[in-house]
Ligand binder design. Sequence first.
Ligand code: NAD
Length: 493
Amino acid sequence: MTKYQLHIAGDWVDPDSGEWLDTIDPYRGEAWAQIPRGNSTDVSHAVSAAQHAMTDGPWATMSASARGKIMRNIGDLIVKNAQRLAEIEVRDNGKLLAEMHGQLTALSEVWYYYAGLADKIQGSSIPVEKPQSVAFTTREPIGVVAALTAWNSPLWFAAVKCAPALAAGCAVVVKPSEFASASTLEFAGLTKDAGLPDGVFNVVTGLGPEVGSALVEHPVVSKITFTGSDTTGTRVYETAARTMKRVSLELGGKSPNIVFDDADLDMAATGVISGIFGAAGQMCSAGSRLLVHSSIAEAFTEKLLQLAQNIRLGDPMDPQTNVGPIATPPQYQKVLHYIDVAKAEGARSILGGRPATDPGLVGGQFIEPTIFVDVTNDMKIAQEEVFGPILSIIEFDDEDQAIELGNDVAYGLVAGVWTKSIGRALRMSKALHVGTVWINTYRTYSYMVPFGGTKRSGLGREHGIEAVDEYLETKSVVISTDDGQPSNAFVMR
Ligand code: NAD
């Protein structure tokens, strides 16, 4: 069994606690590796290493172009190690190997993209109204960044947080989820091979309340970038406020996929099915509420059933598998709980609604793709994030009602709209209070397009040029060109 160490100041070190946590393969239900149980002492060492790298190390004096070159090396090493990294993440969280292949290609591109931005970060010159004054701004790295990530896509989260942070000149301490830490630790080794100076990229694994909270409380950390549940995100936000840390939060969703009667129904059905059953529904952007026009509801539901009945559950390493296991035991229990809640509230399952019973799946945490009808938007199944393969179908009669239902949740991450009318598509994209609207497509992510939530789905944006701003402070410099008196000097007599 692989036994990992922490990555601090460029070294592999044992945790201060002397303890390790088992990491479970959710397909086999067996431990396959052990990750260090870090604590606040490890956090202090990692934060000191990051602070040292930002003030005294070569990172502090290196040109932005040189930073970019190292980041490009990281992208190259991801390409070379893609198969190995993909297999590790599949063993850790049950994500499909086929999906990981696509994600790793995009992952190297994320590093190349932000490598290219590193030497394009610049301030501006301001035509200030004061006579004999010159004013300009500089953009400076925000300081030591703590990146706290969720278990469903650890390498992706590490990339979209750390690549812009490094482009900005920051140093980072990553705390991956205790359920899926191995790929981030493996990746740390690549950053060293790429030539990243010691202390710029540190990884401390362990439990949220032990490692995560120590990072959020640490006085030297300037910025927290967090992906996870809104419950933990709220706690992180409150704690970070005490030391006035900058915070970005990528939280949950209860996203609507809205299908109008003028849509291409075959295309929409494929989008709805992959939008909720892809990754077994364990996606922040899962389209967990289908809002469908009442005139097509019956025919469209029939199309969904035909597609969903052909979904193959199985080994996430097998290219034939469409849906893998639920990643963690608590998440498995949570999904089953919501199925019970939905039934108790009066929703009717027309597909699935139980754990998968195929003998080939025993040992894994599998739940059948589930579709509920007779759902109203006030039910828990329509309001709360399940993070599993559960679709709720709700009907609407007109555009206004679709907007009202679409917005009537605490979250505001993404929405899908399926229509052939350009006018309607634009009206809907304006009216929906979400961070991203996908028209006639769903989950079409790009690392170049800003991503993030409104309302309870979070704060700040990842991806795109905007992401770099999350790791920069603006400094203003005002210079008097009058060698005699400063322009606003107190006059001495
Ligand atoms: P989680 O909130 O349980 O954990 C996230 C991270 O926070 C983990 O590393 C965890 O160890 C750490 N943590 C836990 N308690 C902490 C504490 N007290 N202080 C500091 N850190 C602590 O979330 P999860 O179960 O790992 O992930 C699932 C959630 O993530 C879902 O709600 C999902 O919607 C969300 N998510 C959001 C996005 C997005 O981009 N918006 C993407 C993926 C997942």
